[in-house]
Structures are given as structure tokens and as C-alpha cells.
Unconditional design. Structure first.
Lengths: 337, 356
């Protein structure tokens, strides 16, 4: 049967590999990290059901029997053949395949670039990703023992022309609400504040989550951007923001500040795209043939996309796209498209 | 505070500063506020460090105050700036150093504007030619004069007679650094250290043995803010901004404040008197205020100059507690002796803030 190269072993690559196995193909996953699961592997719980992220990874991994998985492996080069692609991986493996699925995902915005928020400078400033790692038991000296005031800043590096990223990262609003609720459950006496531009809660159960956060957990939502962050003599974080609904300035001292770092196109995107002359969009993500009906298809024959390599995606969207991509590949390889 | 985090940012915002041959332009107001500062800059750079620093009496205002008070348009400012550059060109220099922060911001803004809109530069060249038959080259390097003292800070440290160390305790003096808003807030890449964590004054403090105080309102305006002060009705707002900074820095018990702007040292110094008279509160120890110095004045103290030759008697807040900590010898009776030992008379003393 045909081999299909899958670039990226995150949840999109894993789900697509599982589906391709079922359809009778031989998926080969090339993953640059030393583990499968991508960003989700470092996450604690997933909204809206608060499912364990590790449970999802286990479920996806359980369907990979028969797939070839290369960890710490990148694509060294890829050449177009008459009817497929010749690929050399960084581990020296060569393969010829008629279809390639790019599932190279995203990277998180480096929150230190928003210098005014003091990530990497002030003692108690962390990112959404750091907090998930802490939820998973990773020790972090920046998270105080019993925080009484916690603040979340949405849209860090997202919808930010100055940072060069106009796109909405889609998941940060819900992630902030989820993490705020989790922190409130851990520290019931803590006052928690979320500073947002807009709340973009479009998915099933998302609005319920938001109402729940306010009604049942007393989490405060302030519509306004944080302009600057400092540190007081006790090491507490001092935030200045504008409350655009109340029309006033807000100054808040917090024991912990969590920055919701946004999603950017992966650094590898341009390299991979250039190997097969696939088109890249203005936001740096891969360009689908269209954004309505053929999101999984590229402008090159045999090159398909799944997940966040084409733009910011939620976990359910990514998994659904991976299944769709597997079916598209099957149709392509069997001449049904 | 994670010092390495700041170091990383500082390393991202370093600018090229040539080591010699500078065309230097003074500020409109600094010589009235802190009369020896610019004199000390030329003294240190020329006579102590042996640098070529050139000035001309034909230099005028850059138009910055009027521009930021919304009384003249930018095109006028650009033509004034073009004339300043023509003086530099005429003198045979290509490195331009401004003593005033607003001028530095102004020059930076003009050069950036011309870079983005070359047709505007062409029009300004035409304006200048029509107005005074002058032509100019743009500076190859533009710096604020504090950039130069920052560059040569270690050479000054090597000649130091008094370090920023409390001689009574052996501990580094705690120094607040305050950067003028127009230094790097408009163009972060043009200032040493960027906009959020400027390093230009921190570098001097560290080189000269002191400890930098970082406090929550560090980035806040000194209170001058042009229209905040120049419109008389807004002066309460000006004081309230200064008050906010002092309330924020108070817990750190700073020994001194240094600044690199014409307005900032004036307002941080004078408004301490106003706050003390209005509220009875002082922010230094034992009823004194916190001494506020320009970086040239501080460099002068470090190099062992007589504090009264540095013009420190014209400060509102008494500088004697700082001189005592640094071990600077001074004659209290000579404080108000002017040039040729002329008696300048004694100023009236505040009620609530200790002064000499």
C-alpha cells in the first residue's frame, strides 16, 4: 500500500495517521520533538469538557499501531517526482510517497516580545503554557504558594499589528476562562481578573463557561488592555490598564500575572512550503486552496494540510480537519477526487 | 526582578555611538535650570576624556517646545532642524549630539519622517534654500549627550574620585533613574536599552558603583509633559503626576535621582518643595527631599568637581546628604558664593522640607 508522509506528530498528525491506517495506508510521521502530541501534550485539561489532555493523546496514540513514527526528525529535503515526492528525512531515511500531509502546527508567541508586560523580567509573570505545565506538576518558582490576586491578560501577541500578528488566536479567551476557573478552584480565596479586548466565545458550551466563571466563581472581567506592568518592593506585579466600559483607569496589584500568548505560524512553515512550492498566506500560515470548501488542499498535487499549519484552530477543529484530510488523501490516491 | 531578563532586552537595544568628533547642540532651557550641566559635559568630554566636541553660537531652538505645545506645524520644525544640520555640515561634522531630550526626539522624528517620505525631505531642502540659502547633509550618527556619557562611563569610572557608595555603610547608593519621555518612548530602537527598560542611565549608575532602583511608576512622566505645565490651569495635574512617582519610589528609600531630560530634573526637584508645602510630606530621610541630579552633575561629583562649581546650590532639594554619603568635600559657607566669590544672597527656606 501507499506510504503517506505526515510532517508533524501533534494531534492533527496523530489523528490523520490513525485514519489513514484504517483506510489501509502506511503513514510515516516525522516529528521534530522527542514526543508525539505537540502542544496538547503539555496541556493539562481541554475545554469545554475539561477532558485530560493526556487522555486525548493516549487515545490518539492507541490508534497508531502499524504507523512508522520518527521522533527528533525533520524533513531535510523533498523533491517533486512525476507522480509523487521523494523525501529525505534528517535521520537519513529516504522515502517516496504520492501524498504528503503537512500537519506542522503552530508556535506560541514569545511573550517577552511584549516588553511592557515584563515576561522574563518580573518574578511572577508567566504564560498560559507555563501555567498548564504547572497544572501538570512542573515546579515553577514564579507561581506563589497562595496567590490572593491573579490577573490574566488576553491577546498577548494576537490581534496586534505592532507585534506583526493581526490574526485572532481563537483559543485564548476560552483558555483564559478555563485557567481562571482552575485557579479559582485551587485558590478559592483568590480574586481573579481577566483583561480582554473582546471575548470571542464562539464554540459549543463556551458561553456557558463564561457565565459560569462570573456567576459561580466570581471572576472579574475588565474590557481593556493592560498598558504596562511593573513590580513593587514586595515583588508583586503592578498592572495599569484601562477599563473601557467604566471609562476609567485601573491599577491592580497581583501575586501572579498570566499572559495569554497567541498562536503564530510555525517557524518551519516557510521552509517546508518552499520545498514543494506550496503557497504561504499573508499571515505566514500555509495557504489552503480556499478557506471554505478545500481547507485541507494545497495548490500542489498530493500536498495536503491538517490543523493549525493553515491558521489558528481549536482542538476539535484540528481533529476534525485531520479526519477530513485523511479522507481527501484517500480519494486522491484512489483517483476519486 | 530577573536581572538577566533585563540584560537580554538591553542587548537587543544597543546603538552604534562613534567614539569621537561630535557636533554638540545645547538645550533651550537647561542652562537656566541647571546652569553647569552642559558646561560640565564639554568640560568632561573635552578636557577629561580628550574628545573633539564642537559647538557653534549660531545654533538656535529646534522648535520642539512649540511643536509639542501645538503652536507650530511639523513642516516648520523640519525646516528649523534642516538649518541646524546645515550648521553641522558647515563645521565639517557628521555625528550630531543633542543635549535636550525633546530635541533628540525631534531630530529622530524628522529623520524618520524623511526616511519614510523622501519627497518631504526634498521640499524641506527647498524651503531651507529659499529661506537662507543653506544646504545640509543629514547626520551619519545621531545621539543624545547622555548616550555619549554612557559610552564613556567606564572611562569616567576609571578616573573616579568618589563612587556611588555610602561611605558610612559601604553599601551601594540606591539611585532612581528617570529617562525623558522623548528619549526612546517614540522610537525605542534609537535609545540605549529601548523604551521599557532604558539602560542609558542604569549603565552609568552601575559603572559608578550604585544600585539602580526599579519601582512601579518608573516609566511614568515626571509631571512636566509640556501642556501639563505650560497651560497654567493644568499645573495641579503636573504636580499630581510627580506626586504619584514619589509615592511609588518612597518604599525603596532612594539616595538620589538622576535624569537625562531638561524638564524632568527641574520638576522632580521643584515639585518636591511644592508637595512638602502642600502636604507636609518629604521623601528623603530626616525631613530632607531626594536630591535630583542631571547625569553630568553626577559625573562631575564622581570625578571630584566642587559641587558648587556644578551649580548644585541652585537645586531646590538640598544635595548635602548625598555629598556626605559619597564623601564629597565641600565648604558649606561657599554654597552661595558666585563667580569671583560674589555673594549670591541666601534663598528663603521652605517650611516643611529641610534645606541649607
Amino acid at each position: 500500500m501507499d506510504k503517506v508522509l505526515i510532517i508533524g506528530g501533534g494531534i492533527a498528525g496523530m489523528e490523520a495517521a490513525g485514519q489513514l491506517l484504517k483506510l489501509g495506508y502506511e503513514p510515516v510521521i516525522a516529528e521534530k520533538e522527542d514526543h508525539l502530541g505537540g502542544h496538547v501534550a503539555g496541556w493539562h485539561k481541554l475545554f469545554p469538557d475539561m477532558m485530560d489532555a493526556s487522555a486525548l493523546i493516549e487515545q490518539l496514540a492507541s490508534k497508531l499501531d502499524g504507523a512508522t513514527v520518527y521522533l527528533r526528525t525533520r524533513v531535510a529535503y523533498m523533491n517533486r517526482l512525476k507522480d509523487g515526492y521523494s523525501v529525505m528525512l534528517s535521520n537519513g531515511t529516504g522515502l517516496v510517497c504520492r501524498a504528503v500531509l503537512i500537519a506542522s502546527g503552530f508556535r506560541l508567541f514569545d511573550a517577552a516580545k511584549k516588553e511592557e508586560y515584563g515576561y522574563g523580567v518580573y518574578d511572577h509573570v508567566i504564560t498560559n503554557s507555563d501555567l498548564e505545565a504547572w497544572f501538570n506538576g512542573v515546579e515553577d518558582f514564579r507561581v506563589p504558594e497562595n496567590p490572593r490576586h491573579i490577573a490574566f491578560v488576553h491577546c498577548v501577541g494576537s490581534r496586534d499589528l505592532k507585534a506583526g500578528n493581526p490574526q485572532c488566536s481563537k483559543v485564548c479567551c476560552m483558555t483564559a476562562i478555563k485557567q481562571a476557573i482552575e485557579m479559582k478552584e485551587k485558590f478559592p480565596d483568590a480574586e481573579i481578573w481577566c483583561f480582554y479586548m473582546d471575548l470571542r466565545l464562539f464554540g459549543k458550551k463556551y458561553e456557558d463557561f463564561y457565565i459560569n466563571a462570573q456567576r459561580d466563581h466570581g471572576i472579574h472581567f475588565v474590557r481593556g488592555r493592560v498598558s504596562e506592568v511593573g513590580e513593587d518592593i514586595d515583588g508583586r506585579v503592578v498592572l495599569k490598564a484601562e477599563d473601557t466600559l467604566a471609562g476609567t483607569q485601573v491599577k491592580l496589584k497581583a501575586d501572579l500575572l498570566v499572559l495569554m500568548a497567541g498562536m503564530l505560524c510555525n517557524e518551519d512553515t516557510a521552509t517546508i512550503a518552499s520545498m514543494v512550492r506550496a503557497a504561504v498566506d499573508s499571515d505566514g500560515f500555509m495557504r489552503s486552496r480556499d478557506n471554505i470548501y478545500r481547507i485541507n488542499e494545497s495548490n500542489r498535487p498530493g500536498i495536503f494540510f491538517a490543523g493549525a499549519c493553515t491558521g489558528t484552530k481549536t482542538v476539535p477543529e484540528t481533529v476534525a480537519e485531520a479526519r477530513a484530510a485523511a479522507l481527501d488523501i484517500h480519494n486522491y490516491l484512489s483517483g476519486n477526487d | 526582578m530577573i536581572y538577566e531578563g533585563k540584560q537580554k532586552i538591553w542587548s537587543d537595544y544597543q546603538k552604534e555611538i562613534p567614539d569621537d568628533h561630535w557636533y554638540f547642540v545645547r538645550s533651550c532651557i537647561r542652562q537656566n535650570f541647571f546652569p553647569a550641566s552642559e558646561r560640565m559635559f564639554t568640560e568632561i568630554t573635552r578636557n577629561v576624556l580628550g574628545k573633539d566636541v564642537h559647538e557653534t553660537p549660531y545654533h538656535t531652538t529646534c522648535g520642539g517646545i512649540a511643536y509639542h505645545c501645538d503652536t507650530i506645524p511639523h513642516e516648520t520644525v523640519m525646516t528649523i532642524v534642516a538649518r541646524q544640520f546645515s550648521l553641522m555640515t558647515e563645521a565639517g561634522y557628521e555625528n550630531y549630539a543633542a543635549s535636550c531630550i525633546t530635541s533628540f526626539g525631534n531630530y529622530t522624528e524628522v529623520l524618520e519622517t524623511w526616511h519614510e517620505y523622501p519627497e518631504l525631505e526634498a521640499r524641506i531642502r527647498e524651503n531651507l534654500w529659499k529661506a537662507c540659502r543653506r544646504e545640509f547633509n543629514k547626520p551619519k550618527y545621531l545621539a543624545h549627550s547622555s548616550d555619549l556619557i554612557y559610552k564613556w562611563r567606564n572611562e569616567i569610572a576609571a578616573r573616579a574620585r568618589h563612587l556611588l557608595i555610602d561611605r558610612h555603610t559601604g553599601e551601594p547608593l540606591r539611585i532612581v533613574e528617570h529617562i525623558g519621555c522623548h528619549y526612546s518612548k517614540m522610537f525605542p530602537s534609537k535609545g540605549v536599552g529601548g523604551a521599557e527598560y532604558p539602560y542609558v542611565l542604569c549603565g552609568m549608575i552601575e559603572s559608578w558603583g550604585g544600585q539602580v532602583v526599579d519601582y512601579p511608576e518608573r516609566r511614568h512622566c515626571c509631571g512636566y509633559g509640556f501642556r501639563q505645565y505650560h497651560v497654567q490651569a493644568n499645573r495641579g495635574y503636573s504636580v499630581s503626576n510627580t506626586h504619584k512617582k514619589f509615592e511609588s519610589m518612597e518604599p525603596y528609600r532612594p539616595d538620589a535621582i538622576i535624569t537625562n531630560c531638561p524638564g524632568c530634573p527641574y520638576f522632580l526637584d521643584r515639585w518636591q518643595y511644592v508637595i512638602a508645602e502642600q502636604t507636609g510630606k518629604t521623601y528623603g530621610r530626616n525631613g530632607f527631599g531626594i536630591p535630583v541630579l542631571t547625569y553630568e552633575e553626577l559625573a562631575g561629583l564622581v570625578l571630584g568637581y566642587n559641587p558648587w562649581d556644578l551649580g548644585l546650590q541652585l537645586h531646590q532639594v538640598a544635595v548635602e546628604p548625598l555629598l556626605d554619603k559619597m564623601g564629597v568635600e565641600f565648604d558649606p559657607d561657599a554654597k552661595y558664593a558666585g563667580l569671583n566669590k560674589e555673594d549670591l544672597l541666601r534663598p528663603g527656606l521652605p517650611v516643611n522640607m529641610k534645606c541649607f
